[in-house]
Design a protein around this ligand. Structure first.
Ligand code: ADP
Ligand code: MG
Length: 396
C-alpha cells in the first residue's frame, strides 16, 4: 500500500504545491465552523510544507453546491480558522481557477499559504473534466493529495490533476494508508473485525473482503438483525434489509467455508420504539417480541465479545453496536470503546458515526488509529485501493 511516493520523498523548496485537502467542515447557520477536526488534521502537512519553503496552494470542496457558486459554501470561514490555527496569514482566492487564482498564486512567497475557493462551485470537478483538471494543475509544480476522505472519488482535484503533475501523498494520506494498509497486508494475529451500524448494504463489500483476512468477526448494531433474520430468527420490527438476507446467508456460508467465525449477538436490548425515554428489555436473540425492535446488543453479548477479543492482537471496528445517539441504547457501543481502549492491541476505528462516538467519549487518543475517511475508509477495506491513491506516483 505504501508503494506510493509521499511529500517527504520530494524537494518542495520554492515550488508551487497544489494540496488537495478535505476541509469539508460542518458550518452553523451563522456560517461558523461547528467542528474544525478536518482542518486540524491537515496541519502537519501544511506546516511541513511551510517549513520546507514550499508555496502552499490549498484546495477543497465544502458541502454540495452542485456546480453553482453558493454564498453559504464559500471557504472564507475556513481560511480564517486556518490562519488562527497556523498562526500565519492564509490568503484566500475567490476562485479556484482562472485569473483570480493565478494572481493569488503569483503573489505567494516561499512558505506562504493560499486557500482556493470551493472546487465544487464548478460541475467539472465532480465530472473529472480534463480541461478543468489541467487548469487546476497549471497553478502548480507539484500535486499533493492529503484528502483521504475524498480519495474514493475520481474527481478533477483527486484524479484528473495527477495526469498533469508529479503527484504524491500528503502526511495524513500517508498515515491513513499505512494504518489501513497494515490491516490488509500484515496484521498482528489474531485479527478481529467488529461490524455494526445501520445497514448491511453499505458494508457488505467490506465484510466480504475482510472475512478473507481476519480470524474472527463480531456483528452488532442494526446489521445484526439482518443476520439473525437470515438465520431464521424472528427479530420483531428491528431494522432489517430484506433484500440483503441472501447476502447475509452467503457471508455466513463463506464464514463456515473458510473457518472464520462470525459471532452474532446472543441477546439484545429491545424497545417498542426508537425514542428516548421508552421502556427497554433485555431478551435472548431467539425471543425478540414481535412488537419490539433491537436497539443495542445485550450484556451477555458484550461479555462474549470481550472474552474473544481479549486475546486479539489487532482489532478493526466499524459501526456502533446500537442506536448510540440515544443514551439508553448506547451501552454496547460505550462498553466496546472502553474495552478496546483498555486492551494492548492495535486498534483501528473507522466510519463517520463510529469515530463520532469515540471522539464524544474522549477516548480517541487511546485507539491506535482513528480513520478520518468515512466512506473512503470502508471502500479501501473493501477494494484494497482507491482511485485517488492509485493515481499517485509509485515509489521508484
Ligand atoms: P458508520 O458511519 O460508523 O459507518 P453507520 O453509518 O453504518 O456507521 O451506522 C450508524 C448508525 O447506525 C447510527 O446512527 C446508529 O443509530 C445506527 N444503529 C446502530 N444500531 C442500530 C440498531 N440496532 N437499529 C437501528 N439503527 C442502529
Ligand atoms: Mg455513517
Amino acid at each position: 500500500m505504501m508503494t506510493k511516493q509521499t511529500m517527504r520523498d520530494i524537494d518542495v523548496t520554492g515550488k508551487r504545491i497544489f494540496v488537495r485537502v478535505d476541509f469539508n467542515v460542518p458550518l452553523t447557520d451563522a456560517l461558523e465552523i461547528a467542528d474544525d477536526t478536518r482542518i486540524r488534521s491537515a496541519l502537519p502537512t501544511i506546516r511541513n510544507l511551510i517549513e520546507r519553503g514550499g508555496r502552499v496552494i490549498l484546495a477543497s470542496h465544502l458541502g454540495r453546491p452542485k456546480g453553482k457558486v453558493t454564498e453559504s459554501m464559500r471557504l472564507k470561514p475556513v481560511a480564517d480558522r486556518l490562519s488562527e490555527l497556523l498562526g500565519v496569514e492564509v490568503d484566500y482566492a475567490h476562485e479556484c481557477r482562472g485569473p483570480d487564482a493565478q494572481n493569488a498564486v503569483a503573489a505567494l512567497r516561499d512558505g506562504g499559504v493560499l486557500l482556493l475557493e470551493n472546487l465544487r462551485f464548478h460541475s467539472e470537478e465532480e465530472k473529472n473534466e480534463p480541461e478543468f483538471a489541467s487548469q487546476l494543475a497549471s497553478l502548480a509544480d507539484i500535486y499533493v493529495n492529503d484528502a483521504f476522505g475524498t480519495a474514493h472519488r475520481a474527481h478533477a482535484s483527486t484524479e484528473g490533476i495527477t495526469h498533469y503533475l508529479p503527484s504524491v501523498a500528503g502526511l495524513l494520506m500517508e498515515k491513513e494508508l499505512s494504518a489501513l494498509g497494515g490491516l490488509l497486508e500484515s496484521p498482528g494475529r489474531p485479527f478481529a473485525c467488529v461490524f455494526g451500524g445501520a445497514k448491511i448494504s453499505d458494508k457488505v463489500g467490506m465484510i466480504r473482503n475482510m472475512l478473507q483476512r481476519v480470524d474472527i468477526v463480531f456483528v452488532g448494531g442494526g446489521l445484526a438483525a439482518t443476520f439473525l433474520k437470515a438465520r431464521g430468527l424472528d427479530v420483531g420490527h428491528s431494522l432489517v434489509e430484506d433484500d440483503m438476507l441472501d447476502d447475509a446467508r452467503d457471508i455466513m456460508r463463506e464464514s463456515e467455508r473458510c473457518g472464520v467465525p462470525v459471532l452474532l449477538p446472543v441477546d439484545a436490548l429491545v424497545a417498542a420504539e426508537v425514542r428516548a425515554g421508552v421502556r427497554t428489555w433485555v431478551v435472548q436473540s431467539t425471543s425478540v417480541p414481535a412488537n419490539h425492535g433491537i436497539v443495542d446488543i445485550g450484556p451477555k453479548t458484550i461479555e462474549h465479545f470481550f472474552a474473544r477479543l481479549e486475546s486479539c492482537k489487532t482489532v478493526m471496528w466499524n459501526g456502533p453496536m446500537g442506536v448510540y445517539e440515544i443514551a439508553q441504547f448506547s451501552l454496547g457501543t460505550r462498553c466496546l470503546i472502553n474495552y478496546l481502549a483498555s486492551l494492548d492491541v492495535t486498534s483501528v476505528i473507522g466510519g463517520g458515526s463510529t469515530v463520532d462516538a469515540v471522539q464524544e467519549m474522549g477516548l480517541a487518543d487511546l485507539v491506535t488509529h482513528v480513520s478520518t475517511g468515512g466512506g473512503a475508509t470502508l471502500e479501501l477495506l473493501e477494494k484494497g485501493t482507491l482511485p485517488g491513491v492509485e493515481a499517485l506516483n509509485d515509489l521508484e
